[in-house]
Ligand binder design. Structure first.
Ligand SMILES: [Zn+2]
Length: 580
């Protein structure tokens, strides 16, 4: 853990509304300005605090050209504090939307710089802590921005400008007024696109006192951001690796979740499975005044009680070391699609030199030294797993340094698959997926590399998993369908081959269809959770050292046979298991 930077962070760590975590509510400026009759507000607020132990309220002073004045901020602050709820400030650095999507403030002109400085000043005068909601990005392309950008890419211009405003406006202003203030930047859940809008997982954690994680997932099919549910866990862990010990919590909201209240709660479960120290609920009025969400607060209360009963017994999260460099991009959200297929991952922003199982998706190929790092790991005996997108991006270097496999321009439509019983000497079986999917064809040389799983074509077949030995290690390549969501249509037998690649260091692996998630901890505890719409029989293949499985919630032992347990599991329910 890095050294905690200031007193405010240290203090907040000791204040938790539950035994294992704190729960906060975020209060946007428009909500705060409406609080005039405090008795009436208290009656409405009771829907939340009557169900959920609220330990903190973030009180926002600016959003989209609406301001809260200091007098009102102080009144609302003392109301919350009279109820034993700590308070912090908040700022949302957006402009009026003008119906053009979300528009960030423009800092190429004095107007945006002044708004930022005024908001930071107001917060630092009132609070010992302030958080930036996830609009601290840059997407302006006004004439002043075009001119300032010059020859740089938009990404580079924005990264540079962000560093300047953070150092010169935010941190200088805040610390001059309140040297001990804890300034937090909350990152959005769309980590794949951070750099394009100026979010920087190297520079910002170095400048800010602490960070916060957006863990919002929505309906993955019908919502704009196409976010697989596993993201709520993955992004929490990924940002923890960017600022170890200074990632103060995870944050989610109810939007686009009314189709299924379990999907709303799942954000909270997974945020906490990722060991968040605090959960922030966005936002006050949605949860206490909007009739669309009136059933959510009681459900939240039950969720927090449930997780609090076992979270302290779970060790440190573990999984295959998934390296995603801070400035990498590619195969958008692939880690989360694989997570939905029951592959436990522990993301890392720096290359995991010590790891025994390393996963490299397309984004890892943006590290210009990746081939050297990989080679060292493989020679040292690690299992390195790469994707077809990684092979494509690394191109000739991959072919020259590792094996003659290339990402061809040919595609195949496939539905039937094989695995192997003899390490790829022959493929066998015929397992049908539930629909046809489109995959890229990888060119490879038979007898130099082996198919552990394949898809059948007419008088032909195409690799789904390839593997070879390299030094003391093994290198595997997974073919990712053109639509990454089609990973869910690989049949169980193929998914089992993929899961096996990742499972060498894991206490157990799944034998099940897709949409069953597995979370693992370093003290032999695991959680299994189904996102299927139906009851399904699932097998857990235990590592050889275990002979007993105990359900920690129900307090019962589940019979183990040949290191396997099979049980029918209920959708949306957490199976928290102790392996002995
Ligand atoms: Zn601009």
């Amino acid at each position: 853990m890095e050294k905690i930077r200031n007193k405010s962070i240290a203090e907040r760590m000791n204040k938790m509304s539950y035994q294992n975590f704190n729960v906060s509510v975020y209060c946007p400026v428009s909500n705060i300005n409406k609080i005039t009759d405090f008795e009436d507000f208290d009656r409405k607020f009771k829907l939340l605090y009557g169900n959920v132990k609220i330990g903190r309220a973030y009180l926002e002073c600016y959003r989209g050209m609406e301001w809260c004045d200091k007098e009102q901020l102080l009144k609302v602050k003392s109301f919350f504090e009279s109820k034993g709820i700590a308070t912090s400030g908040g700022i949302t650095t957006c402009d009026d939307s003008n119906n053009e999507g979300f528009i960030s403030l423009c800092y190429s002109t004095e107007k945006g710089q002044e708004i930022l400085k005024k908001a930071v000043t107001l917060n630092a005068e009132v609070f010992d802590e302030l958080i930036f909601d996830d609009f601290y990005f840059l997407n302006c392309r006004c004439e002043a921005c075009i001119k300032q950008k010059g020859d740089r890419s938009w990404s580079q211009f924005r990264l540079d400008q962000k560093k300047w405003i953070t150092e010169e406006i935010v941190m200088k202003t805040a610390k001059e007024i309140n040297p001990d203030i804890n300034v937090i930047v909350k990152y959005p859940q769309w980590y794949e696109d951070y750099n394009e809008t100026g979010y920087d997982l190297k520079m910002e954690p170095a400048l800010f006192d602490s960070i916060y994680t957006g863990t919002e997932t929505r309906n993955p099919t019908y919502a704009q951001q196409h976010l697989p549910k596993y993201l709520s866990y993955f992004v929490m862990r990924y940002l923890e690796s960017a600022a170890p010990g200074r990632n103060l919590g995870g944050w989610f909201d109810p939007y686009e979740c009314t189709y299924n209240i379990t999907s709303y709660l799942e954000q909270g479960y997974l945020t906490l499975f990722g060991k968040a120290k605090e959960v922030t609920l966005f936002c006050l009025d949605s949860l206490i005044k909007d009739s669309d969400y009136r059933t959510f607060p009681p459900a939240l209360g039950q969720m927090f009680e449930e997780v609090d009963s076992y979270l302290g017994k779970l060790g440190k999260p573990v999984g295959a070391a998934a390296y995603r460099p801070a400035y990498g991009r590619g195969e958008n959200n692939l880690h989360n699609y694989l997570g939905m297929c029951g592959v436990p991952m522990e993301p890392c922003i720096d290359y995991p030199e010590q790891a025994k199982v390393i996963f490299l998706a397309e984004s890892a190929a943006d590290d210009t030294l990746i081939a050297e790092k990989m080679k060292k790991s493989l020679i040292g005996g690690a299992d390195v797993i790469v994707t077809s997108g990684f092979v494509r991006k690394l191109g000739d270097i991959f072919k020259k340094e590792f094996v003659n496999v290339t990402y061809s321009s040919r595609k195949a439509i496939v539905r039937d698959y094989a695995d192997t019983k003899n390490n790829g000497v022959s493929v066998s079986g015929r397992y049908s997926g539930d629909k046809e999917i489109l995959i890229p064809q990888l060119d490879y040389c038979t007898n130099d590399i082996w198919e552990l799983a394949a898809a059948y074509g007419t008088d032909n077949n195409f690799p789904i998993v390839l593997r070879l030995s390299f030094g003391a290690g093994r290198l595997s390549i997974i073919t990712i369908p053109d639509n990454m969501g089609d990973l869910y249509h690989y049949p169980e037998k193929v998914l089992n081959v993929i899961r096996n690649l990742f499972s060498a260091e894991m206490p157990a692996s799944l034998e099940a269809p897709s949409k069953i998630q597995l979370f693992a901890y370093d003290n032999d505890k695991i959680i299994v959770r189904s996102d299927l719409d139906y009851y399904e029989s699932v097998t857990l293949h235990l590592s050889d050292r275990f002979t007993v499985v105990r359900d920690m919630i129900k307090g019962v032992e589940i019979p183990v046979k040949d290191h396997r347990v099979t049980a029918q599991i209920t959708p949306g329910v957490n199976y928290v298991l102790e392996l002995k």
